[in-house]
Design a protein around this ligand. Structure first.
Ligand SMILES: C[S@@+](CC[C@H](N)C(=O)[O-])C[C@H]1O[C@@H](n2cnc3c(N)ncnc32)[C@H](O)[C@@H]1O
Length: 285
């Protein structure tokens, strides 16, 4: 766990809230706060301290390249407080798709009856379930996970997609992330859901060193790593297996569909939510 986080505060004009929020997500922020003013919007984004502040500033500048008018107002560091608990009402139960409800551990017992609870402790790993890109994969998996399935979850973050697959009946999951620091958080979330033992945790880059074969692959990352991942997907998927991709922007849809075709995968269903887009693609039987 990081002992402190960086923050970068951005100032934009009226109507730029979505742009600023998306840019900080793309740059790798672990959370952000938005304040609106009559004359514009301010977004304070938090970043992990495993990279130096200059690196995050550079990534943010790249993400904001099309909007040179957006200004950095200030930067700094804060001690790692459980900020998400400042308000006990934070992260109330949220229904996702037709089967899931995601909630923080302090809201357990308040979930809607008849839904599958995914208990996730908001931490520094991405994946509280409140982000549209995560919700897209949870929705796409609802009708595709079969009892006894094997799964690989690439870019697991908090482990939320692994939890979803297991609760839909998957028998085993390999949860991988480039950032080894998230794996302790995945373990904690597995414990909160009584699922320890069903998941193998691996620090690793995309599918490097992973042989499979599995019935289902999930990957909610961003365009560039997803494009790098695609040529390896059929190697690890069983015939007829599913790959669920998200973390793409709606504007990237055509690029990704063309890359899927080149990789020999058949898109079957896609979803858009806000500016985010994801797709379920099948390995031909
Ligand atoms: C957007 S988060 C998704 C977290 C969670 N799966 C969800 O859907 O909410 C992307 C995750 O992918 C990881 N990641 C980024 N590049 C990666 C790579 N090349 N190989 C493996 N994981 C990667 C990040 O560390 C991060 O935890």
């Amino acid at each position: 766990m990081d002992s402190f986080w960086w923050y970068i505060t951005l100032r934009g004009g009226n109507g730029q809230e979505e742009i600023l929020s998306t840019a900080v997500d793309l740059a790798g922020s672990i959370g952000s706060e938005v304040q609106e003013f009559p004359e514009g919007v301010r977004v304070r984004a938090y970043f992990r301290s495993n990279e130096d502040l200059g690196t995050w500033q550079m990534r943010l500048r790249q993400a904001l390249e099309p909007w040179p008018e957006v200004k950095v107002e200030d930067t700094g560091r804060i001690e790692n407080q459980p900020w998400y608990r400042e308000c006990e009402e934070a992260f109330p139960p949220l229904e996702v798709g037709s089967r899931f409800v995601v909630l923080a551990p302090w809201h357990r017992g308040k979930e809607s009856p008849g839904r599958i609870p995914l208990v996730v402790k908001p931490g520094s790993a991405f994946g509280t379930g409140y982000h549209e890109s995560t919700q897209i994969v949870l929705e796409l998996m609802e009708t595709r996970v079969k009892s006894g399935d094997s799964v690989v979850d690439v870019g697991t973050g908090s482990g939320i997609l692994s939890l979803g697959a297991l609760k839909l009946g998957a028998a085993s999951v390999v949860a991988r992330d480039l950032d080894g620091a998230v794996l302790a958080e995945v373990e904690e979330n597995l414990d909160l859901n009584d699922l320890r033992g069903a998941v193998r945790l691996e620090e690793g880059d995309l599918l490097r060193g992973f042989a499979g074969p599995v019935d289902l692959l999930t990957a909610n990352i961003v365009l560039e790593p997803l494009l790098q991942l695609l040529p390896d997907v059929r190697r690890v998927l069983k015939p007829g297996g599913w790959a669920l991709f998200s973390g793409l922007l709606g504007t990237e849809k055509q690029t990704f569909l063309a890359a899927l075709e080149e990789a020999g995968l058949h898109p079957a269903e896609d979803r858009a939510r806000g500016e985010w887009w994801g797709v379920a693609a099948q390995n031909p039987a």
